[in-house]
Design a protein around this ligand. Structure first.
Ligand SMILES: N[C@@H](CCC(=O)N[C@@H](CS)C(=O)NCC(=O)O)C(=O)O
Length: 227
């Protein structure tokens, strides 16, 4: 069987700070699939040549020379990588209901975590006027997501079954970003007090070798981009 490390590298269209591409990078790293990140600036996304790759003008997107597949939307990319390159089920299950419960959490992450965390950061840091009600609305939603995860992880090490899956890993990039951006509100020490199950789980998943290395790459890319 071809080992994943013998594959041609997948191009991952990425951004230094945007968490969604880093979520894909973590899955590639976990599965030992070689990839080369191509970092783009936001102003280059909604025009050619990138719009031919992703008509939605957002990252991530991938181009896989091993299969000739081009794909965007981080959740779809994660599912593609798992189905194509996780033949041994390292990060998923082939049993029902577990196989679908992993997808359930990935969908929750992509629709319930990413967009709300993104809006919390937008209204908290980048919006051109200060809108306290919008800031409050999205901060409340961030806390709601933490509460859901905290309750789901009561008495459990991981979200589904007894092993770390792509569902657990998919939350880490946004969690990491929001902890960095709002370190006084969402630093791990603060979260530990209010959401102990969540904080324990975040630390365990973020400490996995592949995930940790990608988070370090993420921090380095953000630092380099600020210079
Ligand atoms: N639902 C998309 C969201 C992609 C997304 O919003 N990506 C951000 C970076 S994390 C982006 O490209 N932002 C650029 C923009 O909004 O113009 C996914 O999960 O891939």
């Amino acid at each position: 069987m071809t080992q994943n490390k013998d594959l041609k590298p997948i191009t991952l269209y990425s951004h230094a700070a945007g968490p969604n591409p880093w979520k894909v990078a973590m899955i590639l790293a976990e599965l030992n699939v070689p990839y080369k990140p191509e970092f783009l600036n936001f102003q280059d996304l909604k025009k050619e040549p990138y719009e031919t790759i992703c008509i939605n003008g957002r990252v991530p997107a991938i181009q896989d020379p091993n299969t000739d597949v081009t794909l965007w939307e981080s959740g779809a990319i994660v599912e593609y990588l798992i189905e194509t390159y996780d033949k041994e089920g390292k990060l998923t299950y082939d049993t029902v209901p577990e196989r679908f419960q992993v997808k359930q959490w990935l969908f929750f992450q992509a629709t319930g975590q990413g967009p709300y965390f993104g809006q919390a950061i937008w209204f908290g840091k980048y919006h051109h006027e200060k809108l306290p009600s919008a800031q409050q609305r999205y901060m409340d939603q961030v806390l709601r997501v933490y509460d859901v995860l905290n309750r789901a992880l009561e008495g459990k090490e991981y979200l589904v079954g007894d092993k770390c899956t792509y569902a657990d890993i998919s939350f880490i990039a946004w969690d990491h970003r929001i902890q960095v951006v709002f370190k006084d509100d969402f630093g791990i020490e603060e979260l530990e007090k209010k959401y102990p199950n969540y904080a324990r789980w975040h630390k365990v998943v973020a400490a996995r070798k592949a995930v940790k290395e990608v988070l370090e790459d993420n921090d380095r890319a953000v630092a380099a981009n600020q210079n």
